[in-house]
Design a protein around this ligand. Structure first.
Ligand code: GTP
Ligand code: MG
Length: 584
């Protein structure tokens, strides 16, 4: 393993500089009251929630974060700019519509600016001062959105102030860069934290996600006034990685909520509506029409696919301006509740996110997960496995879902479609764990634990935090935390599970070996987490050699057996070089 890895590393500088995420240019023309808060927000780990039992500052609830971000997005516009502009003049030009709170630039099929005004009225003012282009031979559909094109009057005569602007980065670092950073870390704990820092959503990327939902909401609102488009999944649950998809759901439940009780005397007014035979059909009809709207009128919405016969009907499309792959669903409140639960788990202890990111990255590097649906394990299932593992530590690092339910008060009560989704939402009411185990130990123990888990008879259950008899025969059974009769990993095949188990055992073995070798080992080779992210050593002669030198335990013997029986597809070596995949 080491010998092959040297080839890759030889091309790397000895110690890499950390990738510098360019910060937005000075905030000119900002609202005075909000700048300090903004800077403070940016200083915090970008795109993340405040984590760790160590900090006792009050933590925001999931709904508070969502509300704040949503409101921020509604005051924001997206502007496609010429490649070279004078930022100062650009901001001055826009500020005629009102003060600007915040802005940043990024590249996605050209240069874009995200500009957040202090007041929502400024957006209307900008829209009122904007013309619909005349398209020559083509006809423009006059749709007034918050996505604009900025034209310069004299494009052939750029001024000296027009220069390339600094852009914020919205893509994960390359595999090579990531490997360099991991190799330069001081410890395995440091490696896990580095990986988290490099891959987590940045503040700007998070803002862009909320803005994209808000733009889609504008389109849906043309039909369903007062509807809300909410992000869910990894964009908001604190486990999102740069480049992950944007899951959103069209929430129609709020419509008419506030007028519902306005009855007086003997009268009650109802909207006349059309009825369809089932909830599912209603969902399909709504998504079908929104899909059409996105396709025909949505600026930058391309590749719209209506996947209406899926278990959870959805519209999939690419939002070109933001670069996000989007999945739009409706009637998906349980998924939003799952996102809130994961957000809470991610915020309770700073080790949770670091461990989840590393396990997800490890799984992706070994093709255990895929962006294509199939018989593989999903990131959502992997996150549940990490949470379950952390509930099983002694003392536990994370509380069970049942104990979060016990801490809930009347306001937290939540029942969706007959499923009890109640749990405490105020993070400050949850006692921090007394467990002080290092990330290095937890990583190793995670692989040990699942490398030896009785998947054939036991189910993973974060509600009770203990192994339970499997109620059905799927190879992997992870109980859906809210719809408890469902298995979230029903799709996983026996061979994929077997591959997971073998890789977990192998990774535990590598970490154990490193423990023994560490004083003499050279850090010029991938070590710790970096070594685990290289494609499997299954079939590697060097592993067999290393194993032969040591007295083989029963577990290592079985590992060698599995190495012999596994196919060549596991070794993803090209020209003697091994690469590490970090893409989602
Ligand atoms: P990424 O891989 O980063 O996109 O992670 P993700 O958590 O966003 O996963 P994904 O996009 O596949 O799904 C979005 C959300 O849908 C998840 O966070 C869950 O809340 C929910 N979800 C996904 N798969 C399942 C499942 O099998 N069962 C249930 N009940 N919910 C699921
Ligand atoms: Mg997702």
């Amino acid at each position: 393993m080491a010998a092959r890895a040297v080839g890759l590393l030889a091309s790397l500088p000895l110690c890499a500089q950390r990738s510098q995420v360019l910060r937005p240019i000075h905030r000119l023309l900002s609202c005075p009251r909000t700048v300090a808060a903004e800077i403070k927000r940016e200083e915090q780990s970008s795109g993340s929630v405040e984590t760790g039992s160590e900090g006792r500052t009050p933590k925001k609830t999931f709904s508070e974060v969502q509300k704040e971000r949503r409101e921020q997005a509604q005051r924001t516009v997206l502007i496609h700019c010429p490649n070279k502009i004078s930022v100062k003049k650009f901001l001055k030009y826009l500020s005629q519509h009102g003060p600007i709170n915040n802005h940043f630039f990024y590249e996605s099929f050209g240069l874009y600016a995200v500009v957040e005004f202090c007041q929502k009225e400024s957006v209307t003012s900008l829209q009122n001062g904007t013309r619909t282009p005349s398209m020559g031979t083509e006809a423009a559909i006059p749709f007034r959105s918050r996505v604009f094109n900025l034209k310069t009057k004299n494009p052939s005569n750029p001024t000296s102030e027009q220069s390339r602007v600094q852009c914020s980065i919205h893509a994960p670092p390359s595999s090579k860069k990531l490997l360099e950073l991991l190799c330069c870390a001081e410890s395995i704990d440091d490696q896990l934290n580095t990986l988290l820092k490099e891959l987590q959503l940045t503040e700007e990327n998070t803002k862009l996600r909320y803005l994209t939902c808000s733009l889609i909401e504008d389109i849906a609102a043309a039909y369903f006034l007062d509807c809300t488009v909410r992000p869910f999944g990894s964009s908001v649950n604190s486990f999102g990685k740069l480049g992950c998809d944007l899951d959103m759901f069209l929430d129609l439940d709020e419509i008419g909520k506030f007028s519902a009780n306005k009855t007086s005397g003997n009268f009650l007014m109802e909207f006349q509506v059309k009825n369809v035979p089932s909830e599912r059909m209603a969902t399909q009809k709504i998504l079908s029409v929104i899909g059409e709207c996105l396709d025909h009128f949505g600026p930058g919405c391309v590749g719209v696919q209506k996947i209406l016969n899926a278990r959870c009907p959805l519209v999939r499309f690419s939002h070109q301006a933001s670069g996000f792959q989007c999945d739009l669903t409706t009637n998906n409140r349980i998924a939003l509740k799952s996102s809130e639960l994961l957000y809470i788990y991610g915020a309770l202890d700073s080790r949770v996110r670091a461990l989840v990111f590393s396990i997800r990255c490890w799984a992706r590097a070994h093709s255990l997960t895929s962006s294509i649906p199939g018989s593989w394990i999903t990131n959502f299932s992997l996150t549940m496995m990490v949470i379950f593992f952390l509930q099983r530590r002694s003392p536990p690092i994370l509380p069970t879902l049942d104990s979060l339910k016990t801490l809930a008060d009347a306001e937290d009560k939540c029942v969706i479609e007959g499923h009890n989704c109640t749990f405490v939402r105020d993070l400050n009411k949850i006692k921090p764990s007394g467990n002080t185990e290092t990330l290095e130990l937890l990583l190793k123990e995670f692989f040990e634990y699942f490398g030896n888990f009785a998947f054939n008879k036991n189910s993973i259950n974060i509600r009770q935090g203990r192994e339970q008899n499997k109620p059905e025969s799927s190879p992997l059974h992870i109980q859906n935390p809210f719809e408890t009769s469902l298995n979230i990993s029903k799709n996983v095949s026996q061979s994929q599970l077997q591959k997971f188990v073998e890789l977990a055992r192998e990774s535990a073995w590598i970490l154990n070996q490193e423990d023994k070798d560490r004083p003499s080992s050279s850090r010029s080779q991938p070590w710790g987490l970096a070594a685990l992210l290289l494609p499997s050593v299954v079939n590697s002669a060097s592993l067999a050699k290393r194993v032969r030198k040591k007295p083989a335990s029963e577990r290592i013997k079985s590992l060698l057996e599995s190495i012999k029986s596994s196919g060549p597809e596991n070794a993803t070596c090209t020209n003697g070089k091994r690469t590490v995949s970090t893409q989602a």
